[in-house]
Structures are given as structure tokens and as C-alpha cells.
Design a protein around this ligand. Structure first.
Ligand code: ATP
Ligand code: MG
Length: 341
């Protein structure tokens, strides 16, 4: 059975970008493939502190992260759906070390996110920040995951994962790891034309990021719905004065059209047809603000109905499964590298 896998870090409150870029495709794939695939949606909690965080809040964020996965629509009763914490499956960190030793430094140094995040936190560039794509490779390769629903910003790390897997399979002349599908295949599998990139509300040439310190740049999943609507109303647009879908010249307006299409479950082309040529940015903003407000109110109500007890049950089941699968793969790798007979 093939495995579909994804995770969203819990360093900060997840955003609408995470929801639309990672949760939504994963939930859609879970609905489509829960009979023929393992659906692994994990909390990459060891990735949470590659950049500085408030550690006293992390545990609660992790539990909330699990609630978000359930509220987003994962059917936790399904035997093929697995939710687990990376930190509770020690094989992730162990395999990451082995993969480190098969990753050329030069190749890891080319990761643009490291350069960007490093520039944002110049006083806190740690080895962990540099290394995190290799831990991410372990997260994927331990489970032989072929499809990894991700936002556009993560494709470079996926390519690194593929390279590491190919290199190790070649080195030991054995199909140790399943090679994750290429970017083009991933996008096709998600029924998209290309990877998604929801934009920052204040600097729409950049992506929306949960770690952004500018609260107005992002819609967090815990934002008070009316407050979130206000952020949409004050989103940065442009001075063209005509609505067009053009991510290069009108990224702010195009971002709003994209968000509207995803939240209203309508084809982007249909939403564009409704609005193209109109001149009132205010009308479009009001419509998107309404959709965001409605989405958040509904989502937050679902989250509030999930108990800590249910989270505990879901994690116990998921972590039992994950440890079994991951240890089997780790032991196999340990045999190839020569530390286990
Ligand atoms: P951070 O700023 O802390 O890196 P992030 O918002 O980039 O946070 P991640 O935890 O790094 O979130 O990524 C989780 C998932 O969400 C990944 O699949 C990533 O590609 C996706 N994602 C993140 N931001 C966006 C976005 N703006 N649009 C679409 N997908 C996104
Ligand atoms: Mg990120």
C-alpha cells in the first residue's frame, strides 16, 4: 500500500496558508485514498525550534495541532489514517543522522529557505536550522512515502529528499527507500496545476508565513473571525484599479482571488471570471473577508469540540503504528550501513 504523508510545524499558530497549502490537499487525498493508501499526517515537533520559540507554549501547540488535523476533516476512525508526533518516534532523529552522512555539504548549503530564514534570524542561525531538510528527508523516507502534499515553498526540500534516497539506493545497490514522486507528479496527484503559494497580506510578493512577526501579514487559524476579516479589508493591493489575476503585477488582488476560490470550493477560473475587469477592490475584499470569517468561525467551532482525551487516543494509536513502521525501516538501513546484522 502506498503512503501519503505530510506535516505542519507547530512553532507558531498555523495560518490560512498552511491550511490551504498543506491541510486541504492532504484531507482531499485522504478522502480519495484512505482505502488504498496509508495517510500519515504527523506533527513535526522536533522541527519546531529550528528558529527561536517560546518553549513553555510548545506542548499545548502540539496538542492543538492534532486537534486542527482532526477538525480539518481527517477521519480518525479509519484504520489507514495515522496521526503521530515526530518526537515520539525516535527513528526519525536516528535516521536523520545516518542521512546526514550521505548528504554532501554543498548540496545542503544550496537550500534557499536556510538562506532566507538565516537572514531573518541572523543571531540564531543554528546547525538545526541548516539540518532540518535532512530530518525532513528522514520523516518521509522512513515510511516509504511517495506523495507528500506540500506548498510550493517546500519543493526544493523534497528534491533534496529524492536525491538522498537515490544516492543511498545506488550506493548499496538495493531499493532501500521508495523515491518520492517528482514535483510534477506530486502536483498532478494533488489535482493542481502547480504548487500553492498563499501570499502575505502586507507584502504579497512574499508567501504568508506563520513565523512572520507582522500579525497583519497572516491569518492565523486561531484569529478571532471578525479580526481576521479586518486584516483582509486592509490587505495590500496595487494601484492598477482593475481586478485581474496576475501574480506578478497584481499579487495582492490575485492572492484574494485564490483564497476566495479555495474557501468557496470553486474553480479559480470561475472566480476570476466573476471578478475580472471590475474596479472595486473593496467589493472583492468584502467578499473574501466574509469567506474568511465564515471559514474561521466554522473551523474553530469544530476544534472546540475535540477533547484532549480524543487527542490522546488518536496519538496512542498513531504512534504505535508509526514506531512499528519506522523501526523496521531504520533497522534495514542500519543493516546496510553495517551497524546491525
Ligand atoms: P514558518 O514561517 O515557520 O516556516 P510556514 O508557514 O512556512 O511556517 P511550515 O510549517 O514551514 O509553515 O510548512 C508547513 C506546510 O505548509 C508546508 O507544506 C508548506 O509548504 C505549507 N505552506 C507554508 N506556507 C504556505 C503558503 N503561504 N502557501 C501555501 N502553502 C504553504
Ligand atoms: Mg516554512
Amino acid at each position: 500500500m502506498q503512503t501519503i504523508l505530510t506535516g505542519v510545524r507547530v512553532n507558531e499558530e498555523p495560518t490560512l496558508g498552511n491550511f490551504l497549502g498543506a491541510y486541504t490537499p492532504m484531507i482531499n487525498l485522504a478522502h480519495e485514498h484512505a482505502n488504498d493508501s496509508n495517510i500519515n499526517m504527523f506533527i513535526p515537533d522536533l522541527h519546531s525550534f529550528t528558529t527561536p520559540i517560546d518553549h513553555s507554549k510548545l506542548y499545548d501547540q502540539i496538542i492543538k495541532g492534532v486537534k486542527y488535523y482532526i477538525a480539518a476533516g481527517l477521519d480518525v476512525e479509519s484504520p489507514n489514517i495515522h496521526i503521530y508526533r515526530q518526537s515520539h518516534v525516535p527513528a526519525h532523529a536516528e535516521l536523520a543522522w545516518i542521512l546526514d552522512c550521505f548528504t554532501p555539504y554543498g548540496e545542503a548549503s544550496r537550500m534557499t529557505q536556510f538562506k532566507e530564514k538565516g537572514a531573518e534570524h541572523p543571531d540564531a542561525v543554528t546547525v538545526g536550522l541548516f539540518n532540518y531538510p535532512i530530518l525532513m528527508a528522514a520523516d518521509i523516507l522512513l515510511y516509504d512515502a511517495k506523495y507528500i502534499p506540500l506548498g510550493e515553498d517546500q519543493f526544493q526540500h523534497l528534491e533534496l529528499t529524492r536525491n538522498i534516497a537515490i544516492r543511498m539506493n545506488n550506493k548499496f545497490d538495493a531499493p532501500i527507500f521508495t523515491i518520492p514522486a517528482s514535483e510534477a507528479e506530486q502536483v498532478k496527484f494533488m489535482h493542481l496545476e502547480k504548487g500553492l503559494r498563499i501570499r502575505s497580506l502586507t507584502e504579497p510578493q512574499k508567501k504568508m508565513s506563520k513565523s512572520s512577526e507582522n500579525e497583519r501579514s497572516k491569518i492565523s487559524l486561531s484569529d478571532e473571525p471578525k479580526h481576521a476579516a479586518k486584516k483582509i479589508m486592509s490587505a495590500t493591493t496595487d494601484s492598477e484599479g482593475v481586478i485581474r489575476f496576475d501574480m506578478v503585477n497584481q499579487p495582492g488582488i490575485s492572492n484574494l482571488l485564490q483564497i476566495e476560490s479555495l474557501l468557496s470550493h470553486r474553480e479559480l477560473q470561475d472566480v476570476i471570471s466573476d471578478w475580472a475587469g471590475q474596479t472595486s477592490y473593496g467589493d472583492l475584499k468584502r467578499k473574501v473577508a466574509e469567506s474568511v470569517e465564515h471559514f474561521l468561525a466554522d473551523f474553530q467551532e469544530k476544534v472546540s469540540k475535540i477533547s484532549d482525551k480524543q487527542v490522546e487516543q488518536v496519538l496512542t494509536k498513531g504512534e504505535l503504528y508509526a514506531n512499528e513502521v519506522a523501526n523496521q525501516k531504520l533497522y534495514e538501513v542500519q543493516r546496510y550501513v553495517g551497524v546491525r546484522k
